[in-house]
Design a protein around this ligand. Structure first.
Ligand code: AP5
Ligand code: MG
Length: 213
């Protein structure tokens, strides 16, 4: 089961991808999480990525594509995987398709989590992310059991650097311009599945499980 999560920043891709990964026992591959881990460790990739991420811009395709293509060749991906935040541009999608077809493989589903922009802005300010395992919470919608502490691993919960309102606005513009065309791309391939992302988290998940079976 090979799944792509599509949706605007804050639509709930990470939240749902984690739930899918847990239920179906496949790895959750988030390019945003990979970059944030590299920033935390101070790697060259992290330093390069940070200059783009802090402005709400996409990291250049050449820094992302090989990283993901190598990752999906790992043995733990043999049963499938959930891609979260990749592909994000048409060239990234074309590179992924080319790499998969060379392995006689292809994606099964592109799940598009649909949430209007207005809704996104309010969600982002309340988001808290775990520095340890990357789990996401929302101070009002999905609060942790203990304020500031991750339910899953006990890690510290922080506000992401790119969740400032002006950066969120830029990320939404970039999404509409560069990532939304992927909905059309995967519609033409016949694998797009739309879900209403404005519903509560568990309802969104149930809708996804209905699709995946
Ligand atoms: P990335 O980390 O992928 O960020 P994003 O796409 O902007 O998406 P988010 O992680 O912000 O949102 P999400 O959809 O995962 O929502 P979440 O589940 O957290 O990328 C960050 C940056 O890295 C990019 O800007 C770019 O610079 C770079 N990058 C990454 N991949 C790249 C690529 N392939 N190419 C180039 N650059 C790349 O949910 C949001 C909030 O809402 C949370 O607080 C959550 O608790 C809450 N919530 C979730 N579901 C619900 C619900 N149903 N109801 C109410 N609240 C909910
Ligand atoms: Mg995310």
């Amino acid at each position: 089961m090979k799944i792509i999560m599509l949706g605007a920043p804050g639509a709930g891709k990470g939240t749902q991808a984690k739930m899918i990964a847990d239920k179906y026992g496949v790895p959750h591959i988030s390019t945003g999480d990979i970059f944030r881990a590299n920033i935390k460790e101070g790697t060259e990739l992290g330093k390069k990525a940070k200059t783009y991420m802090d402005q709400g811009l996409l990291v250049p395709d050449e820094l992302v594509v090989d990283l993901v293509v190598d990752r999906v060749k790992n043995p733990d991906c043999a049963k499938g995987y959930v891609l979260d935040g990749f592909p994000r541009t048409i060239p990234q999608a074309e590179c992924l398709d080319k790499a998969l077809s060379e392995m006689n493989d292809s994606m099964d589903y592109a799940i598009n989590i649909d949430v209007p922009d207005d809704n996104i802005i309010t969600r982002m300010g309340g988001r808290r992310a775990c520095v340890g395992c990357g789990a996401t919470y929302h101070v009002v919608n999905i609060p942790p059991k203990k304020e500031g502490i991750c339910d899953r691993c006990g890690g510290e919960l922080i506000l992401r650097d790119d969740d400032k309102p002006e950066t969120v606005k830029k990320r939404l513009d970039v999404y509409h311009e560069q990532t939304q065309p992927l909905i059309d791309y995967y519609t033409k391939k016949g694998i797009i599945k739309d879900v209403d992302g404005t519903k509560p988290m568990d309802d969104v998940f149930n809708a996804i499980v209905k699709i995946l079976g």
